[in-house]
Design a protein around this ligand. Sequence first.
Ligand code: SAH
Length: 221
Amino acid sequence: MSEAALAGIGMTSRRTRLRLQAQLQAAGIDHPKVLGLLRDMPRHLFVDTALASRAYDDVALPIGYGQTISRPSVVARMSQALLADGEPARVLEIGTGCGYQTAILSQLAGEVCSIERIEPLYRQARDRLVRMRFAGIRLHHGDGTLGWPQALDFDAILLTAAPVEVPPALLAQLAPGGRLIAPVHEGGAAQRLRKLVRTPQGYEYHDLGEVNFVPLLEGTQ
Ligand code: SAH
């Protein structure tokens, strides 16, 4: 990638970034670190150059293979929910996609593990995150419903694709006191963002509102 593309000519203007920040605040995001991260993340480098001019609008955009980069306000809402109980040491993300949320998470946690089931997306995200010099990220091509291949305990688990039910293998990798944030189908097309906290007595459930994610699918491609 050329220096000019990396610098993001026209995309890094303060006005463009502040407009996104205002949209996030209007959507109820008030965590200063999350707001700053989303404002400063070069989102145009995570999408096709033809879509770069829309990268700072609060919209989901296609990333190929029928998948989308999540809306900034949704990434912010999930990140804010994640931080409500302090900064997690180790996070697992299911659904790397283009790596946008992975990059945000790497600034909020000690270590991020992320799984993507579509191989070309996994490869593109890997190359992009290395090129952009993000550290503390481990990527895996595989089926995220099976959890991280090496059994690890995660302080937080985030699903960026919607299951009908939270996969048991993921609950098994949630550390005591850990939280899992996932869009879950309510029946029909409706999805709700849910937060589950693992307590000594079982799980505590919180509702974080309506969302619209691509489905979580089994297997790889
Ligand atoms: N956070 C990503 C969102 C991408 S969309 C971004 O901002 O770009 C959700 C992603 O989840 C898609 O790339 C899809 O392929 C992936 N996905 C769906 N089911 C999966 C599974 N079982 N394991 C891993 N990834 C999965």
